[in-house]
Design a protein around this ligand. Structure first.
Ligand SMILES: *Cc1c(COP(=O)(O)O)cnc(C)c1O
Length: 435
């Protein structure tokens, strides 16, 4: 690295300053590098496949804002759409034709989303989906799977109780036992456990919520027929199935995971990340008869001052219009190349690992057995990941700063970006191998 001069910003000092005014120095915990150690990169700018830190140093980015940047950062047509919208006003608190257009675009790609309600974050989308499921069924309990993430609403921050518990425990300080107690936490990919929970409490369960493909403990594809089994069991017991596509929607393919893994139809589906094109926008959609239970037509209350914001809908529309079959083919190809390169580098260095993927989303677990659930994901060498991560970062490649995250590529990741990553991998793999 170049010697520091008067104009260089010392990121350690900036991080210290940040920690003085912002808890942990960050607006969302994983950004703090807590699980890999060190000082996070303070980003000043991003363009295409690259992010630039406050000193102008460039990194090939495999975070892509945790998913939204499917087209690459600051895609000119998306930026132009937002600028055009901004010139016409930042927020109206009134309906817009852009909301209608974006809802129709979503429905054309994900037919189960017969109707769509816009919100600002994935957290709101899943929280609202739960309330809707409870309103529709008149039941209190919900089922989620261990290690799957659906945002930070209280009911979804529940941890597994012991044994066959049909009561979850608070997964965070500040979540009441009452809020967590209506959440049942089941091991992922375990149909028998789900059957047992429904046998015991089926008539109290409003819904099962599941990530279309779990990506928030690393990428753990559903076992063959697992999602279909959730559908069958929920239907038998009069409960709803909510598929959370906040991360996978419009990223793994034009219709999300539901467009790839056919054969079952959920009642509700949630979107975020790509659907907002990098702006704060998320959505829930589903069968019209259920969606019609939302206020103002139905009794389930939900609202938002900035919901359907005109800048966010402009970014979402531009992104979905540009995200055609060629975009997904490109992202799939780059992803497959990177998976092969990472696998080769770690194999050459003798590092136990397994690369798992679902379409173009992939992650690397530092253990040699396949990962099927959260317990498996936790049984990996996170210290090896930390060494790997820091070597990549020092060589100008920004990976997600945790072993429990998917890696993201975009339309802007070209052969040049791939070769920069390829060049960095051998040393990073050796670092991972060196205790
Ligand atoms: C990111 C994510 C959320 C939460 O979305 P936010 O916009 O961060 O609130 C919910 N579900 C899944 C599957 C996610 O990946």
């Amino acid at each position: 690295m170049a010697a520091m001069n008067d104009h260089t910003i010392d990121m350690d000092r900036l991080f210290a300053r940040a920690k003085g005014v912002i808890p942990g120095g960050v607006s969302s915990p994983v950004r703090a590098f807590g699980s890999v150690g060190g000082t996070p990169v303070f980003v000043a700018e991003a363009k295409g496949a690259h992010v630039f830190d406050v000193n102008g140093r460039d990194y090939v980015d495999l975070v892509c804002s945790w998913g939204p940047a499917l087209l690459g950062h600051a895609h000119p047509q998306v930026v132009e759409a937002v600028q055009r919208a901004a010139a016409k006003g930042l927020s109206f608190g009134a309906p817009t034709s852009a909301e209608v257009e974006l809802a129709e675009l979503i429905r054309s790609r994900v037919p189960v989303a017969e109707q769509v309600r816009f919100v600002s974050t994935g957290t709101e989308a899943t929280m609202t989906a739960l309330r809707l499921a409870r309103g529709a069924t008149g039941r209190d309990k919900i089922v989620k799977f261990a290690g799957l993430y659906h945002g930070h609403s209280d009911a979804l921050l529940a941890a597994a109780g012991s044994g066959l518990a049909t009561q979850g425990l608070p997964g965070s300080a500040g979540v009441t036992r009452a809020a967590a107690g209506d959440t049942i936490v089941v091991d992922y990919n375990d149909v028998d456990a789900l059957e047992r929970v429904f046998a015991e409490a089926g008539d109290e369960i409003a819904c099962v919520i599941v990530e279309a493909v779990p990506c928030n403990m690393g990428v753990v594809p559903p076992a063959d027929g697992f999602n279909a089994a959730i559908r069958r069991i929920t239907e038998q017991h009069g409960a709803l199935m909510i598929v959370d596509e906040v991360l996978t929607g419009f990223r793994v393919g034009p219709g999300g995971w539901l467009g790839i893994e056919q054969g079952y139809t959920p009642d509700l589906v949630t979107f975020g990340k790509v659907v907002g094109g990098g702006m704060p926008l998320a959505a829930l959609g589903g069968r019209a008869e259920i969606m019609q239970l939302l206020a103002p037509v139905g009794p389930v209350y939900q609202a938002g001052t900035l919901s359907g914001n005109p800048l966010a809908t402009a970014a979402g529309i531009a992104t979905l219009q540009l995200a055609d079959a060629d975009v997904y083919a490109h992202v799939d190809r780059i992803s497959a190349e990177l998976q092969g390169l990472v696998d080769d580098a770690l194999t050459s260095a003798g590092v136990p690992h397994v690369v798992q993927h679902a379409s173009n989303l992939f992650s690397v677990f530092f253990r040699d057995e396949p990962v099927r659930n959260y317990a498996d994901a936790q049984a990996q060498d996170t210290a090896a990941f930390g060494r790997f991560f820091h070597s990549m970062l020092a060589q100008g490649v920004a990976l997600p700063p945790s072993a429990f995250e998917a890696w993201f590529v975009s339309l802007a990741h070209d052969d040049h970006a791939v070769s920069r990553i390829a060049d960095a991998l051998p040393a990073a793999a050796r670092a991972a191998a060196t205790k």
